[in-house]
Design a protein around this ligand. Structure first.
Ligand SMILES: Cc1cc2nc3c(=O)[nH]c(=O)nc-3n(C[C@H](O)[C@H](O)[C@H](O)COP(=O)(O)OP(=O)(O)OC[C@H]3O[C@@H](n4cnc5c(N)ncnc54)[C@H](O)[C@@H]3O)c2cc1C
Length: 585
């Protein structure tokens, strides 16, 4: 069966064409359909879902209904400052107007605070999306703690929402004979390991598969049609307006007229090797789906549209060696697992608080020296046998193995000296794939010293160098495995005797977050900052309003939903344009 036979749509003209079936595209399709537009969603992969389906499904929405119901305080001023500080740390000035940000940086932040809540409440009010607070797994009612505690926004609970679990039967969406998406447990989408682990620890929310299942069901409810294996490779422009797209299929290219507008929601450019040098540093792999190839960014480059935020991504860390097998990986290292563990550089010295969450921790890989090299391109996670022997099932355990299953990318030795030699040998083996990355002279002795110093910190309960375990967040996500814990649950002395283990770590991302610039109404902007009629963007394919921030858990899906909501609504409200670009109604 060819791609076009496998689709159910038989027209070449729709009010709104949506490109990409992740959270951003499915939200846009839902809202545009509800506005009365005929909608076609084009998806490059064999099924919709994108990276969203792999995710934990959390979305970060300040000032939301659940916070109000639970009495969690929200401060608009504090939250806006937190967002500005994390998004643009180099521009941030506490007491300056807009905290030092330009209007172009500041306005989308304010708009997000004020409107993301309206978007999710609108979806909820129309039974398009059911959500709850993302549960705590430590037995309290607060939900998860915020990813970051900043001076203007020290510890606000409740901004991280999650979809409720979907009924598995109805979540498998079909169009004719085509399975558009299958929920957890069916063939197709894999369960998200974070959500699985959290459910095992008592959490009750759904995950990314549930988010996709709910939004797809809603889009179909309003009559949206979906064509899979249709990769959009170009837009059709007439008289300065976008009036359609060209999609590549197994049967050749098809041109589809979009009467009112096109919404790009085609994910990041993480799988586009030609665009990746735009990022602030090299990555070794990604968790983004392999169909996210930066097509919209390439289209925008051809149209000479301004790009923004292309140096940034939703950063994460991954073990190097699995990435050499497959650039796309399933799950991130959200927090480096274990208490008797350190992460060291090629000199054998610690360079980061290992308990920082993924986005901030990964940035340490991008430190550059005077020659422009990345000395932290690869870092080395070193841990002892106690955490390997512990049987705790926890997604953030990865890449710490279970005792009965030590994969090759986990090096093992009886002493730290031997472990250093193992790492050295492994790097020599991988030299071709790492640009010749090597350990520095003295790594072994320094590692020994680093472990001794760290062990002292663990006993004292304080890490004066990197402040590991100083925040509620650090401590919350550290799994407690000791019957006699140390004063700081994130640190425990590495054992005096081996075996010891090491894993090579590199920078990665969940998805990139740069691309064409948009207005706060999700309109794609031309070089003059003027909206291009008929062209909208949302999700990871556009310049993110978050700058370099990961404001809190759910910071990628929150904007995907909110910006996708505005894109779908506004595209549906555009005037009808004939294929020639003339407005006809
Ligand atoms: C393990 C994991 C856990 C995560 N947990 C969270 C979380 O809890 N909260 C959070 O906020 N974020 C989370 N993320 C990140 C989040 O999943 C992504 O940032 C988000 O899904 C991006 O949404 P999107 O709609 O922009 O892109 P995607 O969901 O990737 O969708 C893009 C879609 O566009 C399609 N496409 C690409 N190019 C074309 C083209 N030319 N034509 C047609 N279709 C195209 C792709 O095939 C894909 O289906 C997680 C990620 C991972 C991997």
């Amino acid at each position: 069966m060819t791609a076009s036979q496998r689709t159910t749509w038989d027209q070449t003209s729709f009010d709104v064409v949506v490109v990409g079936g992740g959270a951003a595209g499915l939200t846009a399709a839902t809202v545009a359909g509800r506005e009365g537009a005929s909608v076609l969603l084009l998806e490059a992969a064999v099924a919709v879902g994108g990276t969203t389906a792999k995710s934990s499904g959390g979305f970060w929405v300040p000032n939301n209904r659940v916070m109000k119901e639970r009495g969690f305080p929200e401060s608009r001023e504090g939250c806006l400052e937190h967002m500005a500080l994390l998004a643009y740390p180099d521009a941030y000035v506490k007491d300056a107007e807009r905290h030092g940000l330009t209007p172009e940086q500041w306005d989308p932040i304010v708009h997000y605070f004020d409107n993301a809540v309206k978007a999710v409440e609108d979806l909820e009010a129309h039974d398009d999306l059911e959500y709850m607070i993302m549960d705590s797994f430590r037995g309290d009612d607060n939900g998860l703690p915020p990813w970051f505690q900043t001076e203007p926004d020290p510890l606000t609970y409740g901004r991280l929402l999650a979809p409720t679990p979907s009924d598995e039967e109805s979540a498998a969406a079909h169009a004719g004979s085509v399975v558009l998406f299958t929920a957890r447990g069916s063939a197709g989408a894999a369960a998200n390991p974070t959500a699985e682990a959290m459910r095992a620890h008592g959490a009750t929310q759904g995950d990314g598969t549930d988010l996709v299942a709910q939004l797809l069901r809603s889009a179909l409810k309003y009559g949206a049609e979906v064509a899979v294996e249709h990769r959009v490779v170009d837009v059709v422009m007439e008289n300065g307006a976008v009036v359609g797209v060209v999609a590549s299929t197994a049967d050749g290219d098809v041109t589809i007229h979009a009467r009112r507008g096109v919404v790009f929601a085609s994910g990041g450019f993480e799988h586009n090797a030609a665009l990746r040098p735009l990022l602030r540093g090299p990555i070794v792999g990604t968790c983004g789906v392999s169909t996210n190839r930066g097509d919209f960014t390439e289209i925008a480059q051809r149209l000479e549209l301004p790009l923004g935020n292309t140096a940034e991504a939703w950063w994460a860390e991954l073990p190097l060696e699995p990435c050499l097998e497959s650039f796309e990986q399933g799950d991130l290292i959200s927090q480096v697992y274990g208490d008797s563990m350190v992460v060291v550089d090629a000199n054998g010295r610690r360079v980061v608080n290992e308990k920082l969450l993924y986005n901030e921790r990964a940035k340490v890989h991008f430190v550059q020296d005077a020659e422009g090299n990345y000395p932290n391109h690869l870092l080395f996670m070193v841990f002892d046998d106690a955490i390997v022997q512990d049987p705790t099932v926890w997604d953030a355990r990865w890449p710490v193995p279970f005792a009965d299953d030590i994969p090759r990318h986990v090096m093992r030795a009886d002493t730290l000296e031997e472990l250093s030699a193992r790492i050295d040998e492994r790097l020599a083996e991988l030299s071709q794939q790492t640009g010749g990355f090597t350990l520095q002279p003295g790594f072994g002795e320094n590692l020994q010293q680093t472990v001794e110093t760290f062990n002292g910190y663990a006993v004292a309960g304080e890490d004066p160098e990197f402040h590991r375990g100083a925040t509620v967040t650090d401590r919350y996500f550290s799994v407690d495995i000791r019957s006699e814990p140390m004063p700081n649950n994130t640190m425990y002395p590495l054992a005096d005797t081996g075996p010891y283990y090491a894993v090579i770590l590199g920078a990665s991302c969940l998805g990139t977050k740069g691309g064409p610039k948009i207005s706060v109404e999700s309109q794609v902007l031309d070089a003059d900052g003027t909206p291009i009629p008929g062209l909208y963007g949302a999700g990871n394919c556009i310049a993110s309003p978050a700058g370099e921030a990961y404001w809190g858990g759910g910071s990628t899906l929150g904007p995907a939903i909110a910006v996708g909501h505005a894109a779908g609504r506004n595209a549906a409200r555009e005037p009808v344009r004939a294929p020639g670009g003339a407005v006809t109604a």
